[in-house]
Design a protein around this ligand. Structure first.
Ligand SMILES: Nc1ncnc2c1ncn2[C@@H]1O[C@H](COP(=O)(O)OP(=O)(O)OP(=O)(O)O)[C@@H](O)[C@H]1O
Ligand SMILES: [Mg+2]
Length: 652
């Protein structure tokens, strides 16, 4: 397409990217404003050099025409064509101009492409958070993008040299950076280094530097062109991964140990449960044996009572026969030993009649020192360690004395070759989880350096009839009795023993805040049996054997006795208004117990003294009647003493 410009303004406007070339006459140019033309030409983009074909007049010396000469300078790409011209010449000139312009358009396309790809690169760099840079090896100057400078915390317009970058790098990493640069320049290998960069706020970032060597056309290394990015996150992640790997073995070992510990604890729990079950079985067994033993011992006690009573009376009836007396004495001794045995059985069954009172264990032990010394013999060193002060304990003093003697004898028997026996008394606290109620206790501790016990013996030591002593030497009731007593007193018996290392037996007894009862002079409470006045006594016992023996004893003492076989029968007798001085009743009777009878009698005859005979007075809890008691079996002498006390109202 071609256009004709009829005035110089249109011509000026035609100077642009779209025009392929302009044809203009010399005359038109002479009339135009050359200065403005020159401005338009000068304003062309870099790729554009618009061809002008100037049609000149035929004239000699055109070369010397200053106007035409300056046209070349003003318009740049000018071809002069002298008129008149041959059409072929014109076509040739126009074609050349067109070709030139086509090349310029090509260049324009290239330049645009270049711009586009540069833009793409910039976008890619920004997306990858990469800073681009170029190091001039000759000047050591660095041309870098703003992102690169930001990595070093430098301003976008700040000039940068290699030395500046090195100054930013952590001193420990500089050597690596320098070595990498030398290697790249010498060997042409890729430049790739991670280095720590220090920021002005003293924080440290990891920056990755990657570049390639660029050579001149003469193959001389001239530049390093590359990119950099912040790899702090990656480095930190790598470091923690490395650390994780390094500690992995340690953690595996730790976890294994943990699992082993857990396993061991499970095993321990299982073992503990099995132990607890075994203990429970043991307790149930002992409880059952206790019930059996208690029942048997009770009946046996009544029999002994009858035997002893009758033997005693028999002795009185045949006073002058020495042989008979000896035989009777033997029988009495046997029966008394039987009584001791039943007493132990009752104690084990926790069914003995306890006289509980606040007592000082210091007094109790010191009062037994002589007896204990005699019991242990000379081969054994006895050490008694008593504190100067100790709270009182609620105990039955006689039973505790028996228990202590039993423990001492056990210790002595465990040290046939001699050794050390120590008796201590102190105060201790029981915590929850122990076999007794938490609280304050007084402890009686007997320890020896004897042969000790194996686990099985220790486990069975408190079982009744369990003994390791030879036949006839031990009944196996010592510890079971002490255990029963301790439980009955709301305390506990604890044993610790190790074969060859000796034994420690601890008797825990609850502390009381009650005050000790004043001591009553023995003589005062010991009236002579013979001195008692003649009385009328009502005796109640469901066991005819006992009733008979007691009646005989009382009649022998000179009293008048009426017997009744049950509570009901006794009440019947009392209703007849017959005067009585005393009522003696058994405690354990079917239908109506001694205590129930006593309560009924108190209603009818409040003045009538009552004496309760108990083989095992498991007096029911809350029994408000505080009756004087006599333990079965009893001898005539004891009966006389107790009757004396009751009649003189020495009991409150
Ligand atoms: N201090 C001790 N050292 C070693 N073993 C002991 C000790 N105390 C008790 N034993 C063991 O416990 C068993 C049971 O003791 P326990 O006192 O109940 O009966 P015993 O002493 O055998 O008979 P008894 O008390 O009638 O003389 C003993 O036979 C003994 O094996
Ligand atoms: Mg014993």
């Amino acid at each position: 397409m071609s256009a004709i410009c009829t005035d110089s303004a249109t011509f000026e406007n035609a100077i642009g990217d779209e025009a392929c070339f302009l044809i203009v006459t010399e005359e038109a140019l002479r009339a135009a404003d050359l200065r403005r033309l020159a401005e338009r030409v000068g304003a062309q983009p870099s790729w554009s050099d618009l061809p002008f074909i100037v049609l000149t007049r035929r004239a000699a010396g055109r070369e010397n025409d200053p106007f035409l000469a300056c046209l070349s300078d003003t318009l740049g790409n000018v071809t002069f064509l002298e008129r008149p011209f041959h059409p072929a010449t014109f076509i040739s000139v126009a074609r050349t101009a067109l070709k030139g312009r086509a090349r310029q358009y090509e260049a324009r396309a290239r330049i645009e492409e270049l711009h586009e790809s540069e833009e793409r690169l910039r976008t890619a760099l920004a997306a990858g958070r990469l800073g681009s840079w170029e190091l001039d090896l000759a000047t050591c100057e660095i041309t870098a993008s703003a992102s690169y400078k930001a990595l070093l915390r430098r301003k976008p317009d700040e000039p940068l040299t290699y030395a500046d970058v090195i100054a930013n790098v952590h001193p420990d990493d500089r050597e690596r950076l320098e070595t990498a640069l030398r290697t790249t320049v010498e060997a042409g290998s890729d430049y790739a280094v991670d280095a720590r960069v220090m920021w002005p706020d003293n924080s440290i970032r990891w920056v990755e530097f990657r570049a390639r060597l660029v050579r001149t056309s003469g193959n001389i290394p001239s530049r390093l062109t590359g990119v950099s990015s912040d790899v702090t996150h990656r480095r930190n992640a790598e470091a923690s991964l490395r650390q994780l790997n390094e500690t992995l073995e340690e953690r595996v070992a730790e976890r294994t140990a943990e699992l082993q510990r857990a396993h061991a604890s499970v095993l321990a729990q299982i073992e503990q449960r099995e132990r607890a079950e075994e203990q429970l079985r043991q307790v149930q067994k002992i409880e059952m044996i206790g019930q059996l033993t208690g029942g048997v011992a009770h009946d046996f006690n009544n029999l002994l009572m009858a035997i002893l009573g009758n033997l005693e009376l028999l002795r009185k009836h045949i006073p002058n026969d020495a042989k008979s007396a000896r035989l009777i004495a033997g029988a009495v001794q046997g029966a008394e030993r039987g009584a001791t045995l039943t007493q132990r059985l009752l104690a084990f069954a926790r069914r003995q009649d306890l006289r509980i009172e606040p007592k000082s264990l210091i007094d109790l032990v010191s009062g037994m020192t002589d007896l204990l010394e005699r019991s242990v013999g000379s081969q054994i060193e006895l050490e008694i360690d008593l504190p100067s002060k100790l709270p009182l304990a609620l105990v039955d003093a006689n039973q505790i004395e028996l228990a202590l003697l039993n423990l001492v004898v056990n210790a002595r028997d465990a040290m046939p070759e001699g050794g050390m026996l120590s008796i201590r008394v102190d105060q201790a606290k029981a915590h929850a989880g122990m076999e007794m109620v938490a609280g304050s206790y007084v402890r009686l501790i007997v320890s020896d350096t004897g042969q000790g016990m194996g686990a099985e013996t220790l486990r069975r030591a408190t079982e009744p009839f369990f003994t390791t002593k030879e036949l006839g030497k031990g009944t196996g009731l010592g510890l079971s009795m002490i255990h029963g007593l301790a439980v009955q007193l709301n305390g506990a018996l604890r044993l610790e023993s190790e074969p060859g290392c000796g034994t420690v037996a601890e008797l825990w007894l609850p502390v009381t805040t009650l005050a000790a009862e004043p001591k009553v002079c023995e003589e005062h409470i010991r009236p002579s049996a013979a001195n008692s006045a003649k009385m009328t006594i009502l005796i109640v016992d469901d066991d005819p054997l006992i009733a008979m023996s007691t009646v005989d004893m009382l009649e022998d003492l000179g009293h008048e006795v009426v017997g009744a076989q049950s509570g009901a029968q006794a009440l019947e007798v009392l209703q007849n208004n017959r005067p009585f001085d005393l009522l003696i009743t058994d405690f354990s009777m079917p239908k109506m117990t001694g205590v129930q009878l006593a309560r009924a009698v108190r209603e009818m005859r409040p003045e009538l003294p009552i004496l309760l005979a108990t083989g095992y007075a498991e007096l029911p809890a809350g029994s408000d009647l505080d009756l004087p008691r006599i333990g079965k079996p009893y001898l005539q002498e004891q009966l006389a003493v107790e009757i004396g006390k009751v009649v003189r109202r020495e009991y409150s």
